[in-house]
Design a protein around this ligand. Structure first.
Ligand SMILES: [Zn+2]
Ligand SMILES: [Zn+2]
Length: 288
């Protein structure tokens, strides 16, 4: 059984409507031993500093009654130039965040929080989710090709693993929803002549990712959506679960994350069923 969930969003996140009280009650009813709150901290501006203050305050209001609650954060790599501009007092609207036009050189990534911030906030774990082009204000232009997309996504994931080690130290470190945005990529949803879909991502990329995660002591997340969401093809969900099992067989710890933002249904049975179908060995999920 799965007894921990390290990835949820509460009302402190700009995109969350799940109260911490509801989250804790539901998690307890489901028998979870650990329930992590990991609100988004995308940018180092006033809005996201407030998100972290609200998130911390909500954690403090509930942690005595619910000792299973853990205080974390979800960071995303965006352009260092953007963070520097925000630190100088620019507004986000004036920045080009997390987006590269086709042909433009890759940006130098950064996170919104530093090691000092992580310590000051008293975070007990940190997760990093690449949302490249997903949350960016001018995310309308698609990447040029599947190969370019794969290369850039891998670069941001491996950068995130190294940066997590730097800012989170010995805390639990998780790479959220690896390869996340390919669920929207046309080459996954409508595989072309090669008919490969998610399998378009070569195993050499999975090997490289596994090596970096192991090097920096970062776990990979089994995101409930990626293996069970009904809008994804059965084939995608199976290939994605096989990818997670592949990482796990290479020694990478796999954590469970629902990434819930609104309600807290129990999805563990269908997640486990998907993993088992793809060769998952019982009781190898991190934290139960
Ligand atoms: Zn995310
Ligand atoms: Zn999330």
């Amino acid at each position: 059984m799965i007894t921990s969930d390290w990835h949820t969003h509460t009302t402190a996140s700009p995109d969350g409507t799940l109260t911490v009280g509801t989250l804790c009650e539901e998690a307890r009813r489901q028998g979870l031993r650990v329930i992590g709150m990991s609100d988004h901290c995308n940018f180092n501006d006033a809005k996201y500093r407030q998100v972290m203050r609200d998130s911390r305050a909500a954690y403090e209001r509930h942690c005595t009654q619910y000792p299973e609650l853990r205080f974390g954060v979800e960071l995303s790599p965006y352009s260092r130039t953007v963070y520097d501009a925000l630190a100088r007092g620019d507004t986000l609207g004036s920045c080009r965040a997390g987006y590269i036009a086709a042909g433009e050189p890759p940006y130098t990534p950064a996170f919104a929080l530093t090691r000092e911030d992580v310590d000051a906030l008293g975070l007990s774990y940190v997760i990093a989710g690449v949302h490249w082009r997903c949350d960016a204000p001018d995310a309308s232009v698609p990447p040029r090709s599947a190969d370019a997309w794969i290369k850039e996504w891998l670069r941001l994931m491996t950068w995130s693993a190294e940066a997590l080690a730097e800012i989170a130290g010995d805390r639990l470190k998780i790479l959220a929803h690896p390869w996340y945005s390919c669920i929207r990529a046309p080459w996954v949803q409508s595989p072309g002549e090669d008919n490969r879909g998610f399998a378009r991502i070569p195993f050499s990329a999975h090997d490289e990712l596994a090596a970096v995660l192991l090097q920096y002591g970062v776990a990979a997340e089994c995101n409930a959506d990626q293996v069970t969401h009904p809008t994804l093809s059965e084939r995608y969900r199976r290939e994605y679960a096989e990818f997670l099992v592949y990482l796990n067989e290479r020694g990478v710890p796999i954590t469970y994350g629902t990434d819930e933002h609104e309600r807290y249904p129990d999805r563990r049975k269908s997640v486990l069923a998907a993993l088992r179908q793809s060769g998952y060995r019982e009781n190898t999920l991190y934290g139960g």
